[in-house]
Ligand binder design. Structure first.
Ligand code: PEP
Length: 250
């Protein structure tokens, strides 16, 4: 049984006080008996340590939004996976569509980042998903196949995959439950081809893309959806908790 993971991607949002207020509000509510699932927040890099301190003991895990492929070296502005582990992270998002678009990240680079994360003891959350043009051209499953094949690290564990159709991220458009179910089943089948069926069954596949309290319930019935990667709605404690409440325990 895969336990649900509700992950918040704060992106490039939050000064120190905003981040602390949000982290403290979440920690207080979850310590007091929140929904039964795994929790993760991925603040921007400058907030990793203070947010990590604020959520300490609450059961909420800390994650980063990106890492470099190398463990150290002359890479100005980058952060290595061992540094993130040292800052208290246990997860790192890699291959988010905003990084694939803004920074031209390829599947091969995402794969190397995911492998670097695993080598540092972090769980990579490997993001993938098709653009609107690709879906409209009937190429969604083919694009997903290319990304899964090209972006996965060498080991099936620890690993989380996030299916995030690009056209649904931050747009308010949500994929239909049928489209999500089809994509997730496809991803799990592809993971089975790479890692073997048994290992693939253990990998959590999250959905992300404009998930809000009012649409999270539609995703709950989908067997292959193991939680959510939540962007905008993770910046409000009430919304983030309401999304988790809509997801059945497990
Ligand atoms: C994301 O950033 O991964 C995301 C899904 O964003 P949003 O929920 O805002 O669409």
């Amino acid at each position: 049984m895969r336990r649900k993971l509700i992950a918040g991607n704060w992106k490039m949002n939050g000064l120190r006080q905003d981040g602390l207020d949000l982290a403290r509000a979440l920690a207080a509510r979850i310590r007091g008996g929140g929904p039964d699932c795994d929790w993760l927040v991925c603040p921007p890099a400058q907030l990793l340590i203070p947010v990590g301190e604020a959520i300490g003991g609450s059961g909420i895990a800390l994650g980063a939004q990106d890492c470099h492929t190398e463990a150290a070296g002359a890479h100005t502005g980058d952060l290595a996976a061992p540094m993130l582990a040292d800052a208290g992270c246990s997860f790192v998002i890699v291959g988010h569509s905003e990084r694939r678009t803004d920074h031209g990240e390829s599947d091969a680079l995402v794969k190397a980042k995911a492998a670097a994360a695993q080598a540092a003891g972090l769980t990579p959350i490997v993001c993938l998903g098709e653009t609107e043009e690709q879906r409209e051209a009937g190429r969604a499953l083919e694009v997903i196949e290319t990304q899964v094949t090209g972006s996965m690290p060498g080991a099936a564990e620890p690993l989380v995959v996030a299916y995030e159709p690009v056209w649904a991220i931050g747009t308010g458009k949500v994929a239909t439950p049928e489209d999500v179910a089809e994509a997730h089943a496809h991803i799990r089948g592809l993971l089975g081809g790479i890692f073997g069926a048994e290992a693939a069954e253990a990998i959590r596949v999250l959905y992300g893309g404009s998930v809000k309290p009012n649409n999270a319930r539609d995703l709950r019935a989908l067997a292959d959806v193991d939680g959510g990667l939540i962007g905008g709605a993770s910046l409000k404690a009430d919304d983030f908790l309401a999304i988790a409440n809509a997801v059945p325990a497990g």
